[in-house]
Design a protein around this ligand. Structure first.
Ligand SMILES: [Zn+2]
Length: 377
């Protein structure tokens, strides 16, 4: 917990795709990118393809329709296979190997791009290759929703065909273009926006020593609580888009400090394949029990959260966020997931093992998580 690391290259501006992406690709000598897209990519694919440098040979891997909870490893294997030297039915576009991976879309595309860029020994193919040699291809991240932007901790783990765990990388360049969110469905923006709020909230509550992260989390909370509802009401609102993407960047960078019990439970639900498409959809149900558990441990931090959100005191935070989730159409409980008591035992054990639990401000056991899941049911 002693490491403070901020070394990502990030462009942030409206239409930054058209203004900067071609030049970044030229400088990086990217000629054959694998473009990974998902259900949240929308019109952004056409815009990216339109501005690729002349002679660029993109291949496209479409992951829309994958169930991230169960299929993330398979999706990564497909990306590695598609980016390597063999043909793949799912790929289209140019011929030959790929020298970069562009994650373009929501959480699935960005996560797979980070796993797919793995330098592997020839014996442990699949890999991305240039000629016969495996290479560490560059990763570019182009988010179309406010979320972790490819910069936060990975929600998923992925394995290669032999069952070996694959490491995930921080992207070489992130392109934050608020105009890419204009065609997003309000429900997707609501779930992604709730995730941004919780990234900032949990980073601010986490007890590791990381003053820059505290500052970013505070600012992200302030922006997201002011602007999220306005963006969901009108995805074309350019002020709201810019502010929410700024909040997402704050939350993504701050979350290296740590997350907490909400994410420990959300990740457990995701990886045990009972969760929805985006773990942000779970937060309104999980926030109440998680914050009630944490409140006695860090009351002074709750006061900071309240200040950022312009609430009267720390005790108002949970109710405010639950009500906000409700106004945004987010489920207030987990009832729709049909959790059984056996299911809750497994989920509670997984949440207790999650990395986010180690970062939670109050030590939580599997028994504690069982209670929290029951309260959220
Ligand atoms: Zn999250």
């Amino acid at each position: 917990m002693s490491l403070i690391r901020y070394a990502a290259r990030i462009h942030f501006a409206e239409r930054v795709i058209e203004d900067v992406l071609p030049e970044e690709m030229r400088v990086r000598r990217i000629a054959a990118p694998l473009v990974v897209v998902d259900a949240d990519t929308g019109q952004a694919l056409l815009r990216v393809l339109d501005c690729l440098p002349l002679g660029c040979r993109p291949r496209i891997l479409d992951l829309s329709g994958i169930d991230a909870g169960t299929d993330i490893s398979r999706a990564v294997q497909r990306a590695l296979r598609t980016g390597g030297d063999c043909a793949d039915d799912d790929a289209s576009g140019g011929e030959g190997d790929c020298d970069a991976v562009i994650g373009l879309g929501g959480a699935v595309a960005l996560a797979v791009a980070r796993f797919a860029n793995v330098e592997r020994s020839p014996a442990s193919a699949p890999s991305l290759r240039r000629g016969r040699e495996p290479v560490a291809a560059q990763v570019l991240s182009v988010p179309t929703l406010p979320g972790c932007l490819g910069l936060g901790p990975q929600s998923w783990s992925a394995r290669d065909q032999r069952g070996v765990a694959l490491p995930s990388r921080i992207p070489d360049v992130v392109f934050c273009d608020p105009t890419l969110m204009r065609s997003a469905a309000p429900a997707r923006l609501a779930a992604a926006g709730m995730d941004v709020l919780v990234h900032c909230l949990e980073a601010l509550l986490a007890t590791a020593w990381n003053p820059p992260a505290d500052g970013m989390a505070f600012d992200g909370l302030r922006r997201a609580s002011c602007w999220l509802e306005r963006l969901v009401a009108d995805p074309g609102d350019s002020d709201a888009g810019r502010e929410m993407l700024a909040a997402a960047l704050n939350g993504a960078l701050a979350s290296q400090k740590g997350l907490g019990a909400v994410h420990a439970m959300a990740h457990a639900l995701e990886t045990l394949a009972v969760g929805p498409e985006s773990h942000g959809e779970l937060h309104a149900a999980l926030i109440g029990p998680a914050l009630a558990f944490n409140a006695p441990a860090v009351p002074e931090r709750f006061a900071m959260v309240a200040e950022a959100m312009q609430l009267r005191d720390g005790r108002a935070v949970a109710d405010h966020l639950v009500a906000l989730g409700e106004r945004l159409g987010q489920p207030r409980c987990l009832g729709h997931l049909g959790l059984t008591s056996v299911g809750i035992d497994r989920l509670a054990a997984a949440a207790a093992r999650a990395r986010a639990n180690r970062e939670n401000p109050r030590h939580a056991t599997a028994a504690d998580y069982k209670q929290m899941f029951r309260a959220a049911r």
